[in-house]
Design a protein around this ligand. Structure first.
Ligand code: NAD
Length: 311
């Protein structure tokens, strides 16, 4: 399958280092003009440095591509506006946004300070809102848009000491689930990528032989594909890294139904716990085929997005 973003414009937040750098380079390699946004903060989200964004812009240009740097923080509403404005002012259009900027303030819950909570939620989760909020009118007017949020296994499955980070990353599922519906009739597709890669964020946690297996370049194909016009799916969570890709999903068990005209009590609930929580054979709320059919119908007829599950 040929993937091409020729003539299109993409924003990558946190594009100056690690995974964001490889996303920006790969999108440019596939024809996109790229806004490389990065405020150059340290791993804890402090300080500023124009160097990372500038050097990725230079790399893209040296390879024959087009790129422009942006140094705004994604954590402010104005910052999100300025990043989107950079794309419009420079090239007059915007087709894809990768919300990837991130940092860490790990602590077990009993040590989790309010500032560490607010800062992490502000950069990771609000940092997605500020971008899509300002990209949305542009996408709606063009009846086209592609969005990727950078989630994490920490939010999908849990990781000790990251209640702030995991909450932000899991919050992106809710943001995706709503924006996939609101964007459907405008051909705006929203997906999540949960990467694993050796970057400054994870390097210290990985032995050297594992770092070699976890190249950020192994994640980029998923992001480029989801940002491309060739992608027709929305509302999908892809995990990527270390030589593998898979889909992650929330499922709904068949559960136990009872006559609502009768009363049940907590003891009854306890007695039925095993059946209620048994997810054997549980389907996704939106399966791939339904998503494809729905988008085809939406694009063709501007139909309202279906919100009921498929069980
Ligand atoms: N590396 C992994 O294994 C891994 C796993 C799961 C999720 N992620 C997520 O992937 C994304 C990229 O992580 P990475 O490993 O490449 O980390 P990284 O530290 O190498 O890169 C993150 C970049 O974001 C920038 N940034 C931080 N705050 C910003 C702000 N307010 N505005 C603009 N830019 C800002 C930093 O300057 C940095 O260049 C993050 O959202 C991270 O949570 C990474």
């Amino acid at each position: 399958m040929e993937i091409s973003l020729a003539g299109q414009v993409a924003i990558v937040t946190g594009g100056g280092r690690g995974l964001g750098r490889t996303y920006a380079l790969d999108l440019a390699r596939h024809g996109a003009k790229v806004v490389v946004n990065d405020n150059g903060a340290d791993l804890n989200g402090r300080g500023e440095d124009h160097g990372p964004a500038d050097s990725v812009v230079a790399e893209i240009k040296a390879a024959g591509g087009e790129a422009v740097a942006s140094y705004d923080s994604v954590a402010s509403y104005e910052g999100g506006y300025n990043i989107v404005k950079t794309a419009i002012d420079t090239w007059g259009r915007l087709d894809a946004v990768v919300c990837n900027a991130g940092m860490l303030r790990d602590a077990a819950l009993h040590n989790m300070g309010e500032d560490d909570w607010d800062t992490v939620l502000g950069i990771h989760l609000k940092g997605c809102y500020t971008l899509v909020r300002h990209a949305w009118p542009v996408f709606r007017q063009a009846s086209y848009g592609r969005v990727v949020f950078a989630t994490s296994a920490s939010g999908l499955w849990g990781n000790f000491g990251q209640s702030n980070y995991a909450s932000a990353k899991a919050g992106m599922i809710g943001l995706m689930n709503v924006t996939k519906l609101e964007g459907a009739k405008y051909n705006i597709l929203v997906n999540l990528v949960g990467p694993v890669a050796a970057t400054r964020m994870t390097m210290a946690l990985m032995p050297e032989d594992r770092q070699k297996m976890m190249r950020p370049e192994l994640v980029a194909p998923a992001v480029t594909y989801l940002c491309s016009p060739q992608n027709t799916e929305s509302g999908i969570i892809i995990e990527a890294g270390g030589g593998g890709f898979n889909r992650a999903s929330l499922v709904k068990s068949k559960g136990v139904n009872f006559d609502p005209n009768t009363d049940v009590d907590a003891g009854w609930f306890g007695d039925h716990w095993a059946e209620i929580t048994d997810i054997t054979g549980a389907p996704d709320m939106w399966n791939m085929a339904d998503t494809r059919a729905k988008h085809a119908a939406d694009v063709a007829g501007g139909a309202q997005a279906a919100t009921k599950n498929t069980i």
